[in-house]
Design a protein around this ligand. Structure first.
Ligand code: 5HY
Length: 243
C-alpha cells in the first residue's frame, strides 16, 4: 500500500524526519512517501498559518490522488484541512492529533499533551473538544519552543519537552503523554524513557491506523458531509481547484 505522509509546513528537514519515523513503524509492504506543499508557512504556530497550510494540504492530496495513494497522514498537530481533504478522496485521511488521542485512550484513562508554543495550545484544545476527547485529556502543556527549534536546537527542545513531561506526570494524574507536534516524530522512545510513561507520537500512531483501515478495506464515506464537493468554478489563484 502507498501512504502519503504530508507535512503541512514547508520545512524539508522536518518532512525528512517525519518520513524516517513513519518508515520505522510501517509494514514491509507499505510504501511511505513523505511530502510537503510547494507553498506555505515554514512552520505552523497560529490560526493564520493553519489556514494557509490547509490549502497546501489540499494540493498535496490532489497530487496524491494522481499517484494512486491508498491513505494519507496529515503530520501537523492542528490536523489542518483534515475534513476538506477527506472530501476529495475515498482514501482514509488521518490527522496526527486525532490518531494520537485515539491511541492514548487505549493505553491510559487520562493523558496530557505536550506541545510547542502556548499560543497553539488552544488549537489542540479545540480538536479535543471536536473529536470528543476533552474528558480524557487533563492538560495541554506547552514546552514554549518555536516549532523550528526542533530542527535548529534539538537538544534544548528535547530537554524542554522532558521537563514539561515530568511536570505533567507529577501534577496531572495521567498515565500517558501525547507529543503535540509532527516535528517531535523522532523523540517518542527517548521521551518515554526520560519521563517513565507511555508516550504517544502522532505520525507513528497515524501510520498504524492508516494501515489498519486500508487492510480492513475501510474508505472515507462518500455519503453525507464527506461526499466530493459539488463541482464549481474557482477564480483567480484558485482557478485550478475548480471544475
Ligand atoms: C506541527 N506546527 O505539528 C504544529 C505544531 C504546533 O509546523 N507542525 C507545525 O505547534 O501546533
Amino acid at each position: 500500500m502507498l501512504i502519503r505522509v504530508i507535512n503541512p509546513n514547508t520545512t524539508a528537514a522536518m518532512t525528512e524526519k517525519i518520513g524516517v519515523a513513519a518508515r520505522e513503524v510501517a509494514l514491509p509492504q507499505t510504501r511511505i512517501v513523505a511530502t510537503h506543499p510547494r507553498s506555505g508557512p515554514v512552520s505552523i504556530e497560529s490560526h493564520f498559518d493553519e489556514a494557509v497550510a490547509a490549502v497546501g494540504v489540499i494540493e498535496e492530496v490532489r497530487d496524491g490522488e494522481r499517484a494512486g495513494t491508498d491513505a494519507y497522514v496529515l503530520a501537523c498537530f492542528g490536523d489542518p484541512g483534515l475534513l476538506a481533504a477527506r472530501e476529495i478522496t475515498r482514501a482514509p485521511v488521518i490527522g496526527i492529533a486525532e490518531a494520537a488521542f485515539h491511541m492514548a485512550t487505549l493505553v491510559a484513562t487520562r493523558f496530557s499533551v505536550v506541545t510547542t508554543l502556548g499560543r497553539t495550545a488552544i488549537i489542540a484544545e479545540h480538536l479535543l473538544q471536536s473529536y470528543g476527547f476533552s474528558g480524557h485529556c487533563r492538560r495541554v502543556r506547552a514546552a514554549e519552543i518555536p516549532v523550528l527549534e526542533l530542527e535548529s536546537d534539538p537538544d534544548a527542545a528535547y530537554h524542554r519537552i522532558v521537563e514539561e513531561g515530568r511536570r505533567a506526570k507529577a501534577e496531572d494524574g495521567i498515565g500517558a503523554i501525547v507529543l503535540g507536534c509532527g516535528g517531535m516524530a523522532d523523540l517518542r522512545h527517548r521521551i518515554a524513557e526520560a519521563v517513565g510513561l507511555p508516550v504517544v507520537e502522532g505520525v507513528t500512531a497515524a501510520v498504524k491506523l492508516a494501515e489498519g483501515l486500508v487492510q480492513l478495506g475501510l474508505a472515507t464515506s462518500k455519503h453525507g458531509d464527506l461526499a466530493h464537493p459539488r463541482p464549481k468554478a474557482f477564480t483567480g489563484m484558485f482557478q485550478h481547484l475548480g471544475a
